[in-house]
Ligand binder design. Sequence first.
Ligand code: ZN
Length: 258
Amino acid sequence: MAREHLLCSVSGIKDGEKRTFTVYKLRGQAFKIYNDRGHSHSSHGSLRVTERDIKSEITTVYGAYSLNLEGSVREGVNASTWPDTYKACSNCSCEPTRRAYGGEGHCHRCNFLIRRLEAAKRWCFGEPQSLGRFIPDPYADYLSRLSATEFTEYKKGYISWMEERLEALKEASNHRQGNLKPADLAHKFCDILKLLNRKAPSFIDKDILERSFDGRQMAVIFSLLDDMIDASVHNSDQGGFTAAFEAVNQLHIAQQDL
Ligand SMILES: [Zn+2]
């Protein structure tokens, strides 16, 4: 990325005098510091775009200390990955500060799901090459051993799981804005429980939430839990494989009952 993207401003003390710095993101892990006297410095080497490394570089280069940072470095880094033409994800409506860019106008989480969903729609029974590159080898082997009926069930389960995940991301953005019911927050707690332990009982008493928190508080808690899920995105989205397997297993059980 050639353009510089504003990350944060930093104030500090040097020789008893207040000094200010503005920090911009450059390509890769580099950042550029401007001081209040027109001097600039670009980071290099092993530094990363983190609050700690930015503060350390300001102290090293400019001798300033007691540094206070304003703005979120993480949000700035996310926003720097988005093309200027997009103001929000076209599926979930999250803003560029929330998640890194994925592609085709989508945040990286929606893009991850959309690409797999589109690929799954092209799967054909008896044509292993149609599975594409998103299916890890052990799953591809498993799929190649399924009967036509099982394959169809698997494909159906996989596609509907991906569609549900995309819809859930859309709903989550809406809930973060405060449009949520106690049951929505209870579900979010259950999602966290499932990430920790798939066999954990997925029950949270929504009445306790309703009695304890008002709508604004519930939206804040929901957002924090939602951020936790984002941090473990790989596990939750890869859950699509498991869900589809379960769809196939249900079919086996149904056939045994006949
Ligand atoms: Zn999105």
